[in-house]
Design a protein around this ligand. Structure first.
Ligand code: COA
Length: 379
């Protein structure tokens, strides 16, 4: 059986203080239904990707909450997997279709973060880490800073090369009307921004964001359908201390290898990718773990522009602006990545259009690599 994305929409990402989670959900799901050309009565189940609504907003039970808001009296599920919640919700929705239980389902990824104090958000996000990391006072910028430090030591990666990831992704975001940031950056600006967790600076980090994205998945092909050729999840230890390697995420490697096998493709066949750049070092790791570049060579390639729109002849990475430029409302990110790929594969991405986009890959990570979700989409 083949599974298709028939409708795909993202809201504006950013600091959306005047917009409620209810209206973000309505805006994205109603637009996705319209994009799919179906009525809400044809949706047989709802999958919601979200991480923080319980801890920050006091509202759990999001499946039923949003089903009621959307006027869908159907089975509804909240799926949580830290920053990979959106990707995991998609994976579960795909499996529900493959099982034959449903023929058409909606997936909503949503997060509202900026209404809360930054320190409360940082504490809530650390719910994705290990108990030891929390009790040591670690934060996600701190954990990824350790991964960056290891990459610098092992491969001679430079802070300027990390900065090049942010420069590229802000450029791509400047072409995306729904992105949180539209300002271009220079390497010097990134290097001169305040240190958050050495060697990572403010402009190496994805921001705190609000936003939602929705897709309509179906086992029935429709006009504008894009096929989901593989949907794979892999896991690793929650804490970094339990890992054998700190310059690679084995969950990403495992998920990618299995996804390539299921889709019958090689890493080299991917022409457009949306990857999890929660911090600049994370995009470097992803490039190597997904097999786009040999170990230790991705940072140099990114610095040369080999993954940049208009320059790359191989794979364009994060044309949406990624988490860094487009924003990272954590539960929404994994769904937004797929929305961007659908636009790319349909040829409707406007100024961000990647030439010859026929195969796309999305890569969504929870925590510091404890969960990795890879989807492969085909035209
Ligand atoms: N990139 C670009 N600009 C950013 C930014 C980012 N990541 N974060 C904040 N800014 C901007 C703000 O828009 C603001 O600009 P303004 O003064 O023109 O309005 C300015 O920088 C200061 O913002 P502020 O909200 O005070 O920043 P902060 O110090 O509270 O937070 C971080 C900055 C980097 C600590 C925060 O964005 C963060 O924690 N990011 C990581 C989130 C995370 O861990 N996600 C999970 C990943 S696994």
């Amino acid at each position: 059986m083949k599974i298709y994305v028939n409708g795909a929409v993202t809201t504006q990402f950013g600091e959306l203080w005047g917009v409620s989670p209810r209206s973000l959900a309505r805006g994205s799901v109603e637009s996705a239904l319209k994009d799919a050309g179906i009525e809400s009565g044809q949706v047989e189940a709802l999958f919601v990707g979200n991480m923080l609504s319980g801890m920050l907003g006091g509202q759990e039970h999001l499946g039923a909450f949003f089903a009621e808001e959307l006027g869908l009296s159907v089975p509804a599920f909240k799926v949580e997997g830290a920053c990979a919640s959106g990707g995991l919700a998609l994976h579960n929705a795909v499996n529900s279709l493959l099982s034959g239980q449903y023929a058409t389902v909606a997936v909503l990824g949503i997060e509202k973060m900026t209404d809360h104090k930054p320190e409360d958000v940082a504490t809530a996000l650390m719910g994705a880490g290990s108990e030891e990391e929390r009790s040591a006072g670690a934060t996600f910028p701190g954990l990824y800073a350790m991964l960056a430090r290891m990459h610098i030591q092992e491969f001679g990666t430079t802070e300027e090369q990390l900065a090049a990831v942010a420069v590229k992704n802000h450029y791509h975001a400047s072409l995306n009307p729904n992105a949180q940031f539209h300002n271009l950056l220079t390497v010097e600006q990134v290097m001169g921004s305040s240190k958050v967790a050495d060697p990572l600076k403010l402009l190496d980090c994805s921001p705190i964001s609000d936003g939602a994205a929705a897709v309509i998945l179906s086992s029935k092909k429709a006009k504008g359908s894009v096929e989901i050729a593989a949907s794979v999840v892999a896991t690793d230890s929650l804490g970094l201390a339990q890992r054998t390697h700190l310059t690679q995420l084995t969950s990403t490697q495992k998920a990618a290898q299995k996804a390539y096998h299921i889709a019958g493709i090689r890493a080299d066949d991917v022409r457009v990718a949306e990857v999890h750049d929660c911090f600049t070092i994370a995009e470097v790791l992803a490039m190597e773990d997904l097999g786009f570049f040999p170990r230790g060579e991705a940072a140099v390639a990114i610095e040369k522009g080999e993954t940049r729109l208009g320059v790359s002849t191989r794979v364009v990475v994060n044309p949406s602006g990624g988490l860094k430029g487009c924003g990272h409302p954590v539960g929404a990110t994994g769904v937004k990545q797929v929305v961007e790929l659908v636009e790319q594969l349909r040829g409707s991405a406007g100024k961000r259009q990647v030439d010859n986009a026929t195969i796309g890959l999305s890569h969504n990570v929870g925590g510091s690599g404890a969960t990795a979700v890879v989807h492969i989409l085909k035209k």
